[in-house]
Design a protein. Sequence first.
Length: 96
Amino acid sequence: IMRLQRRVMELETKQEDPVISAYLEAPWCPRGPALAIMKGHRSPITCCVKTNDKTPILGTGSEDGIIKLWDIDRRTILTTLTNHVDIIHSLDISAD
């Protein structure tokens, strides 16, 4: 039990990895002004993906398990997918 308590104390006092901290804070990543505000999600967005073809579509996923596909040019929602039951962690869009 003493060794386990000592190990817990070591882990609690361990400093964060500076490389990971710097990456997560991303001070080197420039952020310009927002080009548009597209309202539709009720929970924070956790991921997004954009198509690279002639029809620009943006996919967004959120903490409430909802995925939305957006027409970027018109800034409107094309469709909402609600069959997920947990946080959306990543998205991908394919041509087929």
